[in-house]
Structures are given as structure tokens and as C-alpha cells.
Design a protein around this ligand. Structure first.
Ligand code: BGC
Length: 450
């Protein structure tokens, strides 16, 4: 069976990772501009100053999307480009850039999908505490309002936040991402709560100021765990692994999605961290849990799970030589099937895959093409599992490959290539990789050739 009618087939990017033009047209500094300049954060002090220079190459890049047969494209808006002071005065040049992008997409029959926040907080707001500041959700409300007022006449799909798991987890606990904090659980849980409130207020701003009925979701991520064997015991163990709360609770789905969908934190989180949970009112939980239209998932890999004697679960270690991507992430297509089943059964919401892909050591070959069979293979395997889930009734309405083009892979800089388009950073020359042509065939058949 093919995927649903009008399935959204696209690719995703984010502002800091591709735009460049870091000091142009009134954009102010964001936390990544600053973080990249700190010692020892990013290999070789690489940064997003120029990135893929997408800011100056909209027409060329949309033309490539069209050639690849995409019917949709997910991008994010740089907060410090349109609100250089974080709140207050709007920078018209920033608005003009996104208007031009959206218009070009629509002219080419490509549905624009807009992520409001993909990690590039204005530095001036971070200096006021960033997500630790209770006011952060009001700042975000204002940002979401500006986005709604200016873009929602043409954009119908919005994601409030991209992976709060990562921008709080990596940014405020692990310290690997901007702003590089390693805080206590009390502070991390407080930042999580504020980010959840921001999501909720972002939904209100979109509903209030959108020029047309819009579809709103959040892009969540987590480990796409799957059973070692498809036995009752291993499947139950897998579900337990999803629901479990451990030391890295901020990377799990439930501490984010339970408040958003059910209006309460998971019992396991509250039980484990009751002494350090933030104080919040019922009204705040209502703001967080106002209705959204879909859950978006960024899925890359997962753990292999087996049941264990104590009726719990065990992570089954991958054997030596298990297939991996260039970033040493295990290739686990079954993640796609099991994570979508788990999320759909639990939250009963339509699902979009908002990111999925791999980093590989791509090169431009002597024939001037980029042969990346490993990416085509990865895509086929993951999409087959997504289709199996859809065939069994999971409501899945889109798939965005990460990424449209090679780009700035955060703390790993430019060495990790995730794109369907190869970027030669010295010349900014783009080359469509073989995998993108394979993706085009999948799109043309609406997944039937899988
Ligand atoms: C993020 C992207 C990132 C990708 C690959 C996701 O966590 O949303 O910005 O480039 O994964 O690491």
C-alpha cells in the first residue's frame, strides 16, 4: 500500500545550521554565535557565520528542492534575525528574508513547514537567564505572534519547538550545546517547565494571530527503542523502556509529551524528583496542554531491548561490528516502526516524522557525482518500517528527511554530512546526491516502490 493521499514528502533544515549571514541586515547575536567562539566547544572553532550561505541562495536552493521532487520543506526562523532585542522592535529585513523564502517555495509548489524555535536563542535573552527565566515563555509568545502575523497567511504547518529534549538536555545539563551549562536537576527541571510553558503560549499565539486555521505540533525526539525479538515479553519490555525515567529524563519522550497531551507530568518523574520539581499551578498545566494537531518525531536510532527476569527491561548491547553511521550512531530501522506505534497508541495523535537521516563520509567522485548508497539504503530500510506502521493503522501524514543539504552539525561542525545535497563549503557549490534521486522515486510512487 502507498502512504496516505497528500502525504508530505520533504526535507528539513534549521536557521543556524544553513543560513549564514550571521552579521547581516540587523540580525543580533544568538547563543550559538557566542558558543562557537568559546574554547574547546566546537572542533576547530567552526561556526555558522557563513554555513551554507542559504541566506543569499534561496532561489538556487528551492530550485534544487523542486528538482528532487519534494512537495514540502521544513525550515526554522532565526529569532535574533527578526527580533534582534529578543522582544520589541521587529527587524523588517529579517521578515523580508522569510517572506521571500516562503513565496519562492509556494511558487514552486512546495508546502512550507515552519519551526518557530530550533535552538538559536537570542544572546540578549540568554544573558537574562534564557530558559531559566520565568519570563521566557512570554518572550516566546511574542516571537510566535510575530511569526503568526507575518507568515501564517501562507504557512499552514507550524512546530513550536524543535527537540526541547536537546536544547535543554544538551544545553542546560550535559553542556555539549549552547549555552553549555551543566546545571542541577532542580534548575534543569525548571528550564524544562519554562520551555513547556513557552510551547503552550506559542500555541495560543498561533491560534490567536493566524490568518487561517493552522496545524500545530511540536518536534520531539528520543531513543526509538525496539524489541530484540517480536515476542510478547520483549515488546512489553520495550514499552517499559519508553516509560522509564532515568538520570537523563530530559531526553525521554514522556516528560515532555505527557504534560502537553495529558496536562500532567509522568508519575515516575514526579516520584523520582519530587524534591526538586518546580512549583507550578494548574493554570500553567492548562496552558501547556492546550490542544495541538499532531506530534512530530525526530528519529535517528534506538536501543535494542529484551525482557529481564525481574519483569523489567534490559538494553541488549549491540555486538561489535554492528552497522553504524559516520557519527557512530547504530542503524536501527525498527526504531521507526516501534516508536510510531508506541507514540500513537499512547497519545492518539496524528504523527509526522520531522527528521530522520544519517551522517556519512560523502565525497564528490571523479564523475562529479556523489554516490551515497548507504543513505539510500538507510532511507529505504527506515521508510519500509514506517510504512509497516502506517499499514497497521498508525496515522502518519509526512516524512522530512534530515537534512536537505550538508550543514553545520552543531558541536561536530561541518565534518558530519547529513544532506541529500552535497555542499562544497569552499565554493558553496551544491551537488544533488544519488540518494536524493532515489528519494524522488519514492516520492513519485508515494512510497509504493519501498
Ligand atoms: C536536530 C538537528 C541535527 C540532527 C542531527 C537533530 O537532533 O534537530 O538540528 O542536525 O538531529 O544530529
Amino acid at each position: 500500500m502507498p502512504f496516505k493521499k497528500n502525504f508530505l514528502w520533504g526535507a528539513a533544515t534549521s536557521s543556524y545550521q544553513i543560513e549564514g549571514a550571521a552579521y547581516e541586515d540587523g540580525k543580533s547575536l544568538n547563543i550559538w554565535d557566542v558558543f562557537c567562539r568559546q574554547d574547546g566547544k566546537i572542533t576547530g572553532y567552526q561556526n555558522g557565520d557563513t554555513a551554507c550561505d542559504h541566506y543569499h541562495r534561496i532561489k538556487e536552493d528551492v530550485k534544487l528542492m523542486k528538482e528532487m521532487g519534494l512537495n514540502s520543506y521544513r525550515f526554522s526562523v532565526s529569532w535574533s534575525r527578526i527580533l534582534p532585542d529578543g522582544t520589541g522592535a521587529v527587524n523588517q529585513k529579517g521578515i523580508d528574508f522569510y517572506n521571500a523564502l516562503i513565496d519562492e517555495l509556494i511558487k514552486n509548489g512546495i508546502e512550507p513547514l515552519l519551526t518557530i524555535y530550533h535552538w538559536d536563542l537570542p544572546y540578549c535573552l540568554s544573558q537574562q537567564g534564557g530558559w531559566l527565566n520565568k519570563k521566557s515563555s512570554d518572550w516566546f509568545y511574542e516571537f510566535a505572534k510575530v511569526v503568526a502575523v507575518n507568515f501564517s497567511d501562507r504557512v499552514k504547518y507550524f512546530f513550536t519547538l524543535n527537540e526541547p529534549e536537546c536544547f535543554i538536555g544538551h544545553g542546560y545539563s550535559v553542556g555539549q550545546h549552547a549555552p553549555g551549562y551543566k546545571l542541577s536537576d532542580r534548575e534543569v527541571l525548571n528550564a524544562m517547565h519554562n520551555a513547556l510553558l513557552a510551547h503552550g503560549k506559542g500555541v495560543s499565539a498561533l491560534r490567536k494571530y493566524a490568518h487561517q486555521p493552522v496545524k500545530i505540533g511540536i518536534a520531539a525526539c528520543g531513543s526509538g527503542n525496539f524489541p530484540l525479538q517480536e515476542t510478547k515479553e520483549d515488546i512489553e519490555a520495550t514499552n517499559k523502556s519508553y516509560d522509564d525515567i532515568d538520570k537523563t529524563y530530559f531526553f525521554k519522550f514522556t516528560p515532555w509529551l505527557d504534560p502537553i497531551i495529558f496536562g500532567r507530568y509522568p508519575e515516575k518523574l514526579v516520584a523520582k524528583y519530587k524534591e526538586v520539581m518546580p512549583l507550578y499551578s494548574e493554570d500553567e498545566m492548562k496552558i501547556i496542554s492546550q490542544p495541538i494537531d499532531f506530534i512530530a518525531l525526530n528519529i535517528y536510532r534506538g536501543d535494542r531491548i529484551k525482557s529481564s527476569e525481574k519483569n523489567e527491561y534490559t538494553v541488549d548491547k549491540f555486538e561489535d561490528g554492528y552497522p553504524m553511521t559516520a557519527l557512530n550512531w547504530e542503524i536501527t530501522p525498527l526504531s521507526m516502526y516501534w516508536v510510531t506505534k508506541y507514540i500513537y497508541n499512547k497519545y492518539k495523535m496524528p504523527i509526522m516524522i520531522s527528521e530522520n537521516g544519517l551522517s556519512s563520509r560523502d565525497i564528490v567522485s571523479i564523475d562529479n557525482k556523489v554516490h551515497d548508497p548507504q543513505r539510500s539504503d538507510f532511507m529505504a530500510r527506515y521508510l519500509k518500517e514506517l510504512k509497516r506502521s502506517a499499514d497497521e493503522g498508525t496515522d502518519i501524514f509526512g516524512y522530512m528527511h534530515w537534512s536537505l543539504m550538508d550543514n553545520f552539525e552543531w558541536s561536530f561542525g561541518y565534518n558530519e554530512r547529513f544532506g541529500l545535497i552535497y555542499v562544497d563549503y569552499a565554493t558553496q557549490k551544491r551537488t544533488i546526491k544519488d540518494s536524493a534521486y532515489y528519494y524522488r522515486q519514492i516520492i513519485e510512487s508515494n512510497g509504493e516502490i519501498l
